[in-house]
Design a protein around this ligand. Structure first.
Ligand code: GLY
Length: 375
């Protein structure tokens, strides 16, 4: 699927083996948890702490990546257990938010697509119904959170809407796709700036959908460039292209990718914001890992002569994360280190974050030639 030279192929094979070797002991030890970060090297458990937390699908998603990439049934058992643990979030119904896509599309959604399991189909379908129900018909967007701001929309949502494209295909009911497309179109003008950088949070008028104000969100400040938000846009828009065939979404993804590559090249690891002061240096490796996955999808869908830019950037990122930011030892359960929740949240800067491991594993899964698109 990707044309890798012999050195890169050998390198990626070796990296996949290291991920597998580490997860072979981490996965059974974490079977009854939904991990978010590690404390003294051991994964915490969001099934107890906050089962509705937006990242609670990444562990199960990573277990599916490992099952499909290795055939080891142990990973499938752990993935299925995580899906059961996640059910408690449906009982906390009014705490749920737009991140039901992150939570169920790569867990129950993948389970259903791989095994046809009826229970997983129901879970993914309920999640799609919840997400669709958040659509503001007059404003033309999906509401992000349940706070006092009904017009608040965050760029992260572009990763949730593939659940809606799936629901339309699965049910034959185009309403889900219409909602996803309206949302993607709205964010193209509200969030994506002309230079390829991206607003994190935007307030829209809930009566008209008109742009009111943008906020720095988890980045440095208004007008800055939170790197994970850039990655959500880069990956999210190429996914909308793949699911709809509308080339304007690919063009947006490429524009954000060019901006991302221009800012990361040389270092090949992301700081938390491309437009924060030089000091202090605060890394957010999760942004680079997620962007690598989006770059690999762009590389897959563009014509032959365009592929090299995106593929080589993704490989540079993966190698840099592996050599400088991963823990391959047996005292620490997470792999990718130095993820950051938000620039101004000092307590959660440069910590392991489960989605960092997920996206690193997904990038290597893709580079190995595995075909199932999780999103
Ligand atoms: N979706 C929230 C975040 O990226 O931190």
């Amino acid at each position: 699927m990707y044309k890798l030279n012999e050195n890169d192929k050998e390198y990626i094979d070796g990296l996949w083996e290291r991920i597998d070797k580490k997860l072979q002991w981490v996965a059974p030890a974490t079977k009854d948890k939904l991990p978010y970060t590690t404390i003294n090297g051991v994964y915490n458990n969001m099934a107890e702490d906050d089962v509705s937390w937006w990242t609670n699908g990444f562990w199960g998603g990573m277990m599916w990546l490992m099952y499909l990439g290795t055939g080891n049934e142990m990973y499938r058992d752990v993935a299925e257990r995580s899906e059961e643990l996640l059910d408690a979030a449906f009982d906390e119904y009014d705490k749920l938010h737009h991140d039901v896509g992150f939570m169920w599309h790569i867990t129950a959604g993948v389970n259903y697509r791989v095994t046809g399991a009826r229970k997983s189909y129901v879970r993914a379908s309920i999640a799609a119904d919840i997400l669709a129900s958040r659509f503001n018909i007059k404003g033309g967007f999906i509401r992000s959170w349940n706070d006092e701001f009904p017009g608040r929309v965050i760029i992260d949502s572009m990763m949730n809407i593939p659940l809606l494209y799936w629901a339309s295909r699965e049910t034959g009911d185009d309403r889900f796709r219409h909602i996803a497309v309206a949302h993607a179109d709205k964010l193209m003008t509200a969030h994506i700036r002309s230079d390829g950088s991206v607003n994190h949070i935007v307030h829209l008028d809930p009566e008209t959908g008109a742009f009111e104000q943008s906020f720095g969100g988890q980045g440095y400040g208004e007008g800055s460039s939170w790197t994970r938000g850039q990655a959500w846009a880069l990956y999210g828009y190429v996914l909308s292209y793949i699911h709809t065939g509308d080339v304007k979404y690919l063009d947006i993804s490429k524009r954000v990718a060019h901006y991302f590559i221009a800012n990361i090249c040389g270092e090949w690891v992301s700081r938390v914001d491309f437009r924060s002061p030089e000091e202090p240096v605060i890394y957010d490796t999760t942004a680079a890992a997620c962007a690598a996955c989006g770059l690999l999808e762009i590389a897959r869908v563009v014509p032959e002569h365009e592929k090299r830019l995106y593929l080589s950037a993704a490989i540079n990122i993966v190698k840099t994360l592996d050599t400088g930011f991963c823990d391959w030892g047996d005292k620490e359960q997470s792999i990718l280190q130095k993820g950051t929740e938000a620039y101004h949240r000092e307590a959660t800067r440069e910590i392991p974050l489960i989605y960092g491991d997920y996206f690193l594993a997904e990038a290597v899964y893709k580079l190995k030639g595995n075909k199932l698109l999780f999103w």
